[in-house]
Design a protein. Structure first.
Length: 144
């Protein structure tokens, strides 16, 4: 009887912990971050690098404050794809990114502030031509 009581208590404790974990990850996070806008859609980016202006197509997936996404840079008939991940909290998007091409060493980070349906901020990366870190203004506008 004591053994059965101990097993039932352990099972009840495990079920309680699973229920608390589910509650924290679902309704509680939605409640805590409800003031944050949903940014999971398509974006168009603009940045300047070494005197040239570039544009990318960006897409974001969002789960609570956690975001992942993809950037597509089209240049001279070539497309370079970058994957990024990070967080969106208190209207600030902070991510690291890297190329999906294993031969391409480019990677960097960006921090953007959400304001009136767009993002503004900075990105930083290692320059291919000078091997020095460079930063640039980085703007994102929503694509309808």
């Amino acid at each position: 009887m004591e053994l059965l009581s101990g097993v039932l208590t352990s099972v009840a404790g495990g079920v309680t912990l699973l229920a608390l974990q589910w509650f924290w990850k679902n309704p509680m996070q939605r409640f805590l971050y409800r003031r944050e806008p949903n940014i999971a859609h398509k974006w168009r980016t603009t940045f300047e690098e070494e005197g040239r202006q570039y544009h990318e197509d960006a897409s974001i997936s969002q789960r609570g404050k956690w975001v992942t996404g993809q950037l597509e840079l089209r240049e001279n008939g070539d497309t370079t794809i970058y994957k990024f991940s990070g967080t969106f909290q208190h209207l600030i998007l902070t991510c690291t990114y890297e190329s999906t091409d294993p031969r391409d060493y480019e990677r960097g980070s960006f921090t953007l502030k959400y304001f009136r349906g767009m993002f503004r901020g900075q990105h930083i990366l290692l320059s291919r031509s000078s091997d020095q870190p460079i930063s640039s203004e980085y703007d994102w506008t929503a694509v309808d």
